[in-house]
Design a protein around this ligand. Structure first.
Ligand code: FAD
Length: 400
């Protein structure tokens, strides 16, 4: 690492959301900080997030919005640095923002503003940032960590691993280095999987979804552990949209999911009531009035190719109850997910059992810290993953 001094108080590995927050905070405390990034640009995921507008936090953040083996783990960091703190930072930098839905806050203009803000803060706090640095080896010696790369060797008292997860490998940052370092220093790494990711379907359901590609509707989707009420989108490969992405955090391969296509209806009651008040209505007319036309047509074709045009008065209540179950509890088993190629996050990662929830330091490895997505902490869709990056980065930044 030419032009770089050899020994630092702190080295942060990964110039993403968590790494920049931590580097800034450590710099503010007067620490000498080196921020190392393997790719050619800092904050790449921030730049592509929220459709280029970065959903940087959420107004309503609590432990329930995170998946983690220890549901209490996130509480300390989230209370040390809250959404209000990050909003105050954004406002102090005159970055205009708005609430989209469900408390999700987005930049009015561009995610670039968030990266520029963090870069400016790191620079002002004296952080040295180096891009295109591929660390080959980390060794511990006399209470410090020594990092070697083709650009030379550097050492530090505190090493912060902020390498993120495995999603979007084309960005060049899905190195898995964080997991490697965790294992090297004796920490457990829980199985990693693509998450906040669309589902793929196979067989006739694949054809069904593909023919409806682009159709979206509000649904309620669930697995036994969790339900979400948001929009679902049919795609060429299967199912996507916020409802599906949210559910993917809780879904495991081989499990069926249940889709309620008419979550606002009280089924089967509303269908049976319809039969009483308008006996000549057909199931086709009922569905066409409540679902996108193409979806109603596909559903009728699939489940009721002959009976859809029959007046409701010719249906028994029992038959209508059975029909309603197809609509409110459509059980389907995804064949998989689209994988890391399109996933927003990695579920799993460094087991938090070995990490201090207050400081993010490894319990059995003084001076080694893990922050952000590399940890086995996965947020819901809606700004929660960035809030975790800010909060965990801040917590480590106070201690390193
Ligand atoms: C398309 C997309 C949209 C998203 N939208 C949102 C959103 O709107 N809101 C939200 O809350 N979350 C969103 N997320 C999730 C969010 O981006 C991540 O959870 C968050 O960036 C994690 O922060 P991090 O700092 O832990 O990891 P990252 O931001 O991934 O940063 C890790 C950094 O470490 C670098 N790195 C990796 N290995 C090494 C190494 N060996 N040496 C040096 N550097 C290394 C990487 O290049 C990267 O720069 C989105 C994700 C994607 C993919």
């Amino acid at each position: 690492m030419s032009n770089t001094k050899k020994a630092y108080d702190v080295i942060v590995l990964g110039a993403g959301a968590a790494g920049m927050m931590c580097a800034w905070q450590a710099g503010l405390r007067g620490r000498s900080v080196l921020l190392l990034e393997v790719s050619n640009k800092i904050g790449k995921k921030i730049l592509m997030s929220g459709g280029g507008r970065c959903n940087f936090t959420n107004l309503d953040v609590s432990a329930e919005h995170f998946i983690c083996d220890n549901p209490h783990f996130v509480k300390s960091a989230l209370s040390q640095y809250t959404p209000t703190d990050f909003i105050a930072l954004v406002e102090a930098h005159e970055i205009a923002y708005h609430e989209k839905a469900h408390g999700q806050l987005f930049c009015d203009q561009s995610a670039k503003q968030i990266v520029a803000m963090l870069t400016g803060l790191c620079d002002a706090a004296g952080v040295t940032t180096k891009l295109n640095v591929e660390v080959q080896e980390v060794a511990q010696q006399d209470g410090s960590y020594r990092l070697s790369s083709q650009q030379g060797n550097v050492s530090c008292r505190s090493l912060v691993v902020a390498c993120g997860g495995l999603s979007i490998p084309t960005l060049g940052g899905a190195t898995g280095m964080g997991y490697h370092l965790a294992r090297q220093f004796g920490l457990a790494v829980n199985e990693t999987e693509a998450s906040l990711v669309p589902f793929t379907l196979s067989g006739h359901w694949h054809e069904f979804a593909s023919a409806l590609s682009g159709v979206a509707l509000p649904v309620s989707v669930s697995v036994p552990a969790k339900a979400f009420h948001e929009n679902m989108l049919f795609t060429h490969r299967g199912l996507s949209g916020p409802a599906i992405l949210q559910l993917s955090n809780y879904w495991y391969l081989g499990e069926p999911i249940s889709i309620n296509l008419l979550p606002e209806e009280r089924l089967p009651d509303s269908l049976i009531k319809q039969k009483r008040v308008a006996p000549n209505t057909t199931l086709a007319a009922f569905l066409q009035g409540k679902l996108p036309k193409s979806l109603a047509g596909a559903i009728l074709q699939h489940w009721w190719p002959d009976s859809g045009s029959k007046p409701l008065q010719q249906w028994t209540d029992q038959a209508l109850t059975k029909a309603a179950a197809h609509l409110s509890d459509w059980e389907i088993t995804p064949s998989g997910t689209e994988g890391y190629r399109t996933a927003e996050v990695t579920r799993g990662g460094v087991d938090v059992a070995g990490i201090s929830s207050k400081t993010m330091e490894a319990n059995a490895q003084p001076g080694l810290y893990f922050i952000g997505e590399v940890l086995d902490v996965t947020g819901h869709l809606g700004g929660y993953n960035f809030q975790w990056a800010w909060s965990s980065g801040y917590a480590a930044g106070q201690r390193v």
